[in-house]
Write a protein that binds this ligand. Structure first.
Ligand code: FES
Ligand SMILES: [Fe+2]
Length: 384
């Protein structure tokens, strides 16, 4: 069996507060009420274009975990948000993000969805060479470019931050990274994310509006129903608490066994009974199971088509066959079944059902009001 997971950190005050609230969720939750949402928000191509421009175009976008490019002297590409990005991890371990386009005649420089060791980036066309800090280092037959200054032709940088074990970029427009680098990073560092190992990653093509996928991670009402034969047995029914960090959501869901007798000063013990989840705008979900973390980066393609990249992070690389088998089982359960089949399947079935026009509105109960909050935040941002 693998070594027990011992998070090296302490919970943040907010993580502790949510766990405390789960002791008596009735006390902090408003009385039961319902909400309704117009289905047009999932069906309209015009609305989708506004979301792309005003939400994805203006907010920091989580590209993935730092662990997806951990090794100094490596490079990878990222195309999920429609802008060709080149991520370069320098020999000193520092990260840079650039447009994946040569400054000579614009050629795409690299194709590497998985990181590759790369001491220098050489354009395949005429072999202009760039260092890992983006600087243009060499122009073959340089005498044929009189007056051209190499210093001015480095790769075009993209604003980004790497904090708390996540990489965030703003490829479209300068933006505010203060939440990503501040309170969110504090929570993720408390979960140990900045030192975790990437066990597996997989991109799913989901025939559904991106918000239907977010919705599946904004309520625990479905856990005992949709996931009846997979993970329902691990959770209490709807014992949960939540709050917000700016427009982002944070929730705690109590696992079977409950909080009775749990020492809240023991972070590992607390994490065994509380699953923390983060719903980050515009479209990233992080779920912290007791000993591993799933990160889902949701990348919309059209109003009814979305890519979801699922990353599974574990404390350290598997050291034995037994450990490998343990993590493989968790990956198959979560990525293969719970997310890949059940949650994403429900999103696709939702899209098909809504497209029939049967109901102009959907109905949300008390356990689903996180969905109403998320959509209100989206509406506010795209109307700004
Ligand atoms: S286009 Fe890159 S070297 Fe010419
Ligand atoms: Fe689910």
């Amino acid at each position: 069996m693998n070594a027990p997971f011992e998070p090296p950190r302490r919970p943040t005050a907010a993580q502790l507060r949510l766990a405390e609230q789960c002791r008596d969720p009735g006390r902090v939750q408003p009385p039961p009420s319902i909400a309704r949402l117009d289905t047009e928000r999932y069906l309209s191509a015009e609305r989708f274009a506004r979301e792309k421009a005003r939400l994805f175009g203006r907010m920091p976008l989580c590209l993935g975990p730092s662990a997806m490019i951990p090794t100094p002297g490596s490079a990878m590409t990222h195309d999920g948000f429609g802008v060709p990005l080149l991520l370069l991890r320098g020999k000193d371990g520092g990260l840079g993000i650039f447009l994946n386009s040569c400054r000579h005649r614009g050629t795409r420089l690299l194709d590497a969805p998985q990181p590759v060791q790369q001491p220098v980036i050489v354009c395949p066309y005429h072999a202009w060479a760039y260092a890992l800090d983006g600087a243009l280092k060499a122009i073959p037959r340089t005498e044929t470019f009189p007056g051209v200054c190499r210093e001015e032709l480095g790769l075009v940088p993209v604003p980004f931050v790497e904090a708390g074990g996540l990489i965030w970029a703003a490829p479209f427009e300068a933006t505010d990274f203060s939440l990503a680098a501040g309170p969110l990073a504090e929570d993720f560092a408390a979960l140990g994310l900045d030192s975790m190992h990437l066990y597996a990653r997989r991109t799913h093509e989901v025939r559904a509006n991106w918000k239907l996928i977010m919705d599946a991670f904004l309520e625990s009402y479905h856990v005992q129903r949709l996931h009846a034969t997979s993970i329902a047995r691990f959770f209490e029914d709807g014992v949960t608490s939540g709050d917000t960090i700016g427009p982002h959501g944070r929730s705690a869901v109590v696992r079977v066994g409950g909080l009775e007798g749990v020492d809240f000063a023991d972070w590992a013990a607390l994490r065994r009974v509380v699953t923390y989840a983060y719903q980050l705008l515009p479209a990233t979900v992080l779920v912290a199971s007791p000993d591993y973390v799933n990160l889902m980066v949701i990348m919309p393609r059209a109003h009814d088509a979305t890519l979801v990249e699922d990353f599974m992070l574990i404390p350290a690389p598997p050291a034995t066959d037994e450990e490998e088998a343990h993590w493989a089982k968790s990956w198959a359960l979560l990525d293969g079944r719970v997310f890949g089949t059940e949650d994403f399947g429900a999103a696709e079935a939702g899209q098909r059902g809504l497209a029939s026009g049967a109901s102009p509105q959907i109905l949300l109960g008390s356990l689903e009001l996180g969905i109403a909050r998320f959509h209100a935040a989206v509406d506010q941002l795209i109307e700004a």
